[in-house]
Structures are given as C-alpha cells and as structure tokens.
Design a binder for this molecule. Structure first.
Ligand code: MET
Ligand SMILES: [Zn+2]
Ligand SMILES: [Zn+2]
Length: 408
C-alpha cells in the first residue's frame, strides 16, 4: 500500500483521520461517538458487533470475524479508545483536527497511542475479507475504554465477564511503542505499576521555631531514600548496554501535597510516586523495602497504594510458544527486524496475561520517534499504511495456527 497525493488520499488514511477527530480525551471522553463510529465500521465490513457495558457508560465494543473452525481458540486484537489530555498551546496544530502536513505527517492526539492500531486492525480485516480469505480461527477486535486511567472501568472488568469467556481468546495483540530505527519493537511483558502515596505526620506549630519531629523532615528522608534508589536503577541501566529500560525499576516523584501557609508548620505532608517495577523483582521484598524506608524516616510515616499490580506475566518468545512462532515467522517473511523487550509502561495486556491469555504488545511503526503522550504526537501516513499491510500478513498467520495440544 502506498500513500497518494493530497488530491487523492488513501481511504484508510481518511478513515484514520476521521477516528482521530472523535474527542475521546480523558478525563471526559466522548465514548458514545467512538462506539457509534465502530458500529458503523461493523456494518460496512459485515461483522457482528457486540456491546458489553462493563460499568455504567463504559462500553467494550467487540467486532467479530468468525473462523471456519469454531472449536479453536480465537485471536483477540485489542485497542483502547481513550486518549490522554493535551497541552493545546504546545501543539503546532489542533490535536483533534488530524491535520496532515505537506510531507504526510498526521498530527493528532492518539495518532500513535493508539487510534492508528484500531484502524489498522479494521482495515486489514476489510482487505482480507474483500480478497475472499477465511481462516480457521475467529478474529475478535475489542475496543475498550479507560485504559489511560488504569483500565479499571475497562479491560480489568471485561476479563471477568462471561462475554469475555465466550470469546475464547487464545492469543492477543495489543499496543507497543514506535521505534525510531529501522526495527520494530515487540513487547512480551510489562513492568508492574505501583502508585504509592507516602504520608508523613509530625508536630505542627509556628513557622519561626525549631520544631522537632516535623512531617516535612521525615517526608524529606523518604523522598531521599526513594530518589537514591532511582539513581541506583538509572546507573544500573546506564552501565549495562544489554539492559533495556523495561528491565530495571523506575520511579518518579509525581506529587507533593500539604501545608496551608508560610508560617504554619503542617502536621501532615505527602508525596506520591509512580513506580514501574521490573517483572523479575520479588514484589514481597520490594514492599518490605518501601516499609523500611518509611520506618527509617521516623514515627508516623505510612504509605498507601493508588495502584498495585501483583501479577507480572511473561509471554514466552521462543518456539515453545506457537503464537510467538507464528508471529515471528510472519515478521521474518516480511523482512522485519524485531526487538523483543519489556514494556516500560503498562497496558491492558497485563489484564489479559493475568487471566492466561498470552499477549504481545506491537505497534507497527518503525522509523518513527516515540511521541505518545507528547506534544505534536504524529504519524506519517506511509508508516500508517505499511502497518495495515503488516497486519494483513500477521492476521492470516495467527488465525491459521494449527490446533494446540490443549485444543485437540
Ligand atoms: C498504570 S495504568 C496505565 C496507564 C498508562 N498506560 C501508563 O502506563 O501510565
Ligand atoms: Zn495506549
Ligand atoms: Zn497511553
């Protein structure tokens, strides 16, 4: 598939730009418009469309292309419909206009994360159907809400529903990251998000006095311990060229709260941290470490979790995994270089892997800077169209994986 001049835009690109204009932006996404768009795609493609309301106003939309052998497990192509907020004044173009510049770059929130993939799945299925193909395994496309705020009103609930069981997913594809080089990154695991709020309590009083045991002093100690740990992990990453970012634990101090006035020493202060814990870390020992940092700071220092993922899973990337074998073979046939890695961030794949569905995070965007969540998020239309081609090769391979030992 090649891109065309501005006078005759490729219809897949036009569709992509239409989808980008739907304002599914957190914290108040227009999910209704996205669902209506997807229902219309189902109608155009002749696919069944199921809507599962996992929480009031939170609909998971499932488009299904039945396979010829209903005894086999299915392929699940997942994408989320929401996008993160923007700092509009920092963009070169309106982030919800899907402006395309003269070189073919499409600027929009969601251009990389991950409205491109939703449309690439749909367009690949459309092409394959149009060419008259049919595959043994059923292909389900799931479009889920709420991923960008943790998936708690989306995939986390969906995987517990009977409608999810009924899909009989054997393998899933979900989002990954762009790769600025010629290669494509594929993610077989993720770090566990641990969002931790440390609250320190101490003696209040007049801002002019040397008060002992203040909340601020003790919070400072915890912040220092955690930032020292951050530095240690950063050095470990820097000093070992074999380690990729997802293989070490990261942490950022993301919030500081407390205080009422310059001259009043507050009795309470808190600091919030976004930890991303590497999948090989002993989580029990890690929690004990948090505990001991807080204890070492003094009395009255506690912590609570805003998010605490406890089930890191790894999808095998060797030929013992027939899904990996099919995926990597199809990529090899297309001459794509794959770089398998652990995703530094978190996606809905963690919920799928936790219920036993092997999943790979893959965003078919090479020669593209990683711009998700950034200003001027953009994707070149040629890269987008190449991605459609890539799925038209991956889907036949995955949907034709022969019956597994567990399926016969
Ligand atoms: C930790 S919830 C997931 C939200 C987002 N995908 C992130 O990694 O930050
Ligand atoms: Zn995403
Ligand atoms: Zn995101």
């Amino acid at each position: 598939m090649t891109s065309k001049g501005p006078e005759e835009e490729h219809p897949s690109v036009t569709l992509f730009r239409q989808y980008l204009r739907i304002r599914t932006v957190q914290p108040k996404p227009d999910y209704g418009a996205a669902v209506a768009f997807l229902e219309e795609r189902a109608r155009q493609l002749g696919l069944s469309c199921q809507k599962v309301e996992v929480a009031p106003g939170y609909v998971v939309t499932v488009l299904t292309w039945p396979g010829t052998n209903p005894t086999l497990s299915s392929i699940l192509l997942n994408s989320h419909t929401d996008v993160v907020p923007v700092f509009k004044e920092c963009w070169s173009h309106d982030p919800f206009e899907a402006f395309k510049d003269s070189e073919g770059y499409i600027y929009a929130r969601g251009a990389q994360d991950m409205k491109c993939i939703s449309i690439q799945y749909l367009e690949a299925v459309r092409m394959l159907k149009m060419e008259g193909h049919q595959f043994p395994r059923t292909i389900h496309m799931t479009f889920v809400p709420d991923e960008e705020v943790g998936g708690h009103q989306g995939m986390e609930l969906f995987v517990q529903r009977p409608e999810f069981q009924a899909l009989r997913a054997g393998f899933a594809l979900d989002e990954g990251l762009a790769n600025p080089t010629d290669a494509f990154t594929v993610f077989y695991s993720e770090r566990s998000p641990w969002w931790v709020r440390v609250t320190s309590t101490g003696k209040p009083g007049h801002g002019s006095r040397f008060i002992e045991d203040t909340a601020a002093e003790k919070l400072h100690k915890v912040v220092s311990s955690i930032l020292a740990f951050r530095e240690k992990e950063w050095q470990r990453l820097q000093s070992n060229p074999h380690l990729k970012e997802g293989a070490v634990t990261s942490v950022n101090l993301t919030k500081l709260e407390g205080g009422v006035a310059y001259n009043v020493v507050p009795a309470t202060m808190s600091a919030s941290f976004d930890f991303r814990v590497a999948p090989d870390v002993d989580l029990k020992a890690f929690e004990e470490q948090l505990q001991s940092w807080c204890q070492a700071a003094g009395e009255g220092v506690t912590f609570e979790f805003g998010q605490k993922w406890m089930q890191p899973q790894v999808t095998p990337t060797d030929d013992s995994n027939p899904w990996w074998a099919a995926f990597s073979r199809a990529c090899k046939d297309m001459n794509l270089t794959l770089e398998p890695e652990i995703l530094p961030a978190a996606t809905d794949s963690r919920y799928l892997r936790a219920v036993g569905v092997p999943a790979l995070g893959f965003s078919p965007m090479n020669r593209t800077p990683v711009l998700l969540h950034d200003h001027d998020e953009r994707l070149h239309e040629a890269v987008f169209l190449r991605g459609v081609d890539i799925y038209t090769r991956l889907l036949p391979a995955l949907a034709s994986v022969p019956a597994l030992p567990s399926e016969s």
